[in-house]
Design a protein around this ligand. Structure first.
Ligand SMILES: NC(=O)c1ccc[n+]([C@@H]2O[C@H](COP(=O)([O-])OP(=O)(O)OC[C@H]3O[C@@H](n4cnc5c(N)ncnc54)[C@H](O)[C@@H]3O)[C@@H](O)[C@H]2O)c1
Length: 395
């Protein structure tokens, strides 16, 4: 019997999830059936349903309200791709109705919101997965392998993920939910940053302490219903992240830095460095390079081949089923396969909580003007920055 999935939130990223399920349908007939599409803007759900119909010959039901969908449909899982403020609202409703969920990062708007998702999953004995695509891709898996198993860089010591450039304010641009902290929960520290939180935990384990400074240096306004309103996202942050295993990393970004741009992402060990080739959120990328202290150089592409050959058939099947290497396809496959086999997904809501808590710790540190204990952020004990957002959502 195919796993019966609905998608809630048929916006930008959700299109990637839809493509992923359709890719799985093509490769593995009868693994998954897309039975319903739900979006507050009904036309978006209709567009998604039409795409499913064109690809599979089956028309999913269309909803603009989650409660109606849950009472009418017999679902195994709901894939939640709404704006951040609705992650916990949708997830707890689904879980309390006995339906497994996968929630897009950052798995809840605040730490308390994520705890609400985890508690509902546990109370109902259902799966709550985090939709984290980045670490599943070959260059990220190979980076884990070369740092932690092959120990190619020796003992890992430090990393620097830093960006500076200038983005002019855009008062003519239209407001959208990401620019309001009560809907987004934060700016890019937590939005794309949730991916980086997951990646550095994947590579180095849990942090111990974090110090962060977060600010909006350039006054940024946008247009909402004809009026200028504040864009509440930060444009600059500096964070020092100290891991329990002794690694220390500097993660900094400014889009308020006129006159000189730079982007630099490097991971150092006692024997050499992994020099990344892309942004400060989504690496290590395929074009990264490894340079050792004896001067020898290795391309990530070659190391991916070595990594793939190091896997036995069972590991290959677990990590890259059906040869999939796209992170979104892999996360969707993991979710439905976890439901089918009643097993935990690779990246649970607890792991999503731990990833996003790195981001929340940066905000909390900045709000408290002091270094914060990572575990005290994970537990929800520290909530100065998050307090107004929690109050807004009665958390
Ligand atoms: N993994 C990635 O690489 C990646 C990339 C982009 C976004 N995301 C994540 O995906 C999620 C969605 O982001 P997006 O960029 O697609 O946003 P979006 O604004 O394009 O889409 C969100 C959709 O959710 C709908 N929605 C909001 N509240 C709803 C509700 N209560 N009921 C039904 N529908 C509702 C909106 O109408 C909209 O269509 C976020 O969690 C974001 O962080 C992940």
């Amino acid at each position: 019997m195919a796993i019966r999935i609905a998608i809630i939130g048929c916006g930008g990223m959700s299109g990637g999830h839809l493509n992923a399920y359709l890719t799985i349908c093509d490769a593995v007939p009868d693994k998954v059936e897309l039975v319903a599409m739900c979006d507050a803007v009904k036309e978006r759900a209709e567009d998604f349903a039409t795409r499913v119909m064109e690809a599979t010959g089956r028309m999913p039901a269309v909803y603009d309200d989650l409660d109606k969908m849950l009472s009418a449909e017999n679902l195994d899982g709901v894939d939640i791709c709404t704006s951040h403020a609705y992650h916990h609202i949708a997830a707890t409703k689904c879980l309390n109705a006995g339906v497994n969920v996968m929630v897009e990062k950052p798995t809840g708007i605040t730490v308390k919101a994520t705890h609400a998702i985890i508690s509902a999953a546990s109370a109902n004995n259902k799966i709550a997965a985090t939709a984290e695509n980045i670490r599943r891709m070959p260059s990220r898996r190979a980076s884990w392998w070369l740092m932690n198993e092959k120990k190619m860089l020796g003992e890992m010591t430090t990393f620097y993920a830093q960006h500076a450039s200038y983005r002019a304010p855009t008062p003519e641009a239209n407001w959208h939910w990401r620019l309001d902290l009560s809907l987004g929960g934060g700016g890019m520290v937590m939005d794309s940053g949730a991916h980086y939180g997951d990646t550095i935990r994947y590579l180095f384990g849990d942090p111990d302490t974090i110090y962060g400074r977060v600010s909006q240096i350039v006054d940024r306004k946008v247009t909402k219903s004809g009026e200028l309103v504040q864009d509440e996202q930060e444009d600059t942050w500096m964070a020092t992240i100290n891991f329990k295993n002794g690694v220390t990393g500097l993660w900094t970004c400014s889009w308020a830095a006129p006159g000189h741009d730079f982007n630099h992402v490097v991971y150092y060990g006692t024997e050499g460095a992994l020099i990344d080739s892309g942004d400060i959120f989504h690496g290590p990328f395929d074009d990264a390079e490894i340079v050792l202290k004896d001067g020898s150089q290795y391309s990530m592409k070659d190391l991916i081949d070595d990594y793939m050959s190091s896997l036995d058939e069972e590991e290959k099947k677990r990590l890259f089923p059906y040869g999939f290497t796209d992170g979104v396809v892999l996360e969707c496959y993991d979710f439905i396969d976890a439901i089918e086999h009643d097993r935990p997904p690779e990246i649970t809501a607890e792991m999503g909580l731990r990833a996003k808590s790195i981001c929340e710790a940066i905000y909390e540190s900045s709000a408290c003007n002091q270094v914060v204990d990572y575990e005290a952020v994970v537990s929800g004990e520290i909530e100065v920055y998050q307090k107004p957002i929690n109050e807004r959502w009665n958390l």
